[in-house]
Write a new protein. Structure first.
Length: 86
């Protein structure tokens, strides 16, 4: 969500990922520390196996090429995620 409360959708890539968080490459998108996110992390998206993990997170740090996100620890695994247009 933006600071005004509007939801926005981004299609980003990860640089690093772990069970506790990820670093997202933002391609110039502005995401400030404290912004809460709902992430759909697609697995094997290039192998035509549409699966994803849905998790909430919060931006905890920013760098020139992206942001560090801390996950809330709860997630949902979805077997048949929507197709990606990448």
């Amino acid at each position: 969500m933006s600071e005004s409360g509007d939801a926005r959708a981004y299609q980003l890539k990860t640089r690093d990922i772990s069970s506790g968080g990820a670093f997202l490459l933002t391609n110039g998108q502005e995401l400030s520390p404290g912004v809460e996110l709902k992430l759909n992390l697609y697995l094997n998206s290039f192998a035509n196996t549409a699966s994803c993990i849905v998790v909430n997170g919060r931006v905890v740090r920013t760098e020139k090429d992206g942001v560090g996100v801390c996950f809330d620890g709860q997630y949902q695994f979805v077997n048949k995620a929507p197709d990606l247009d990448m």
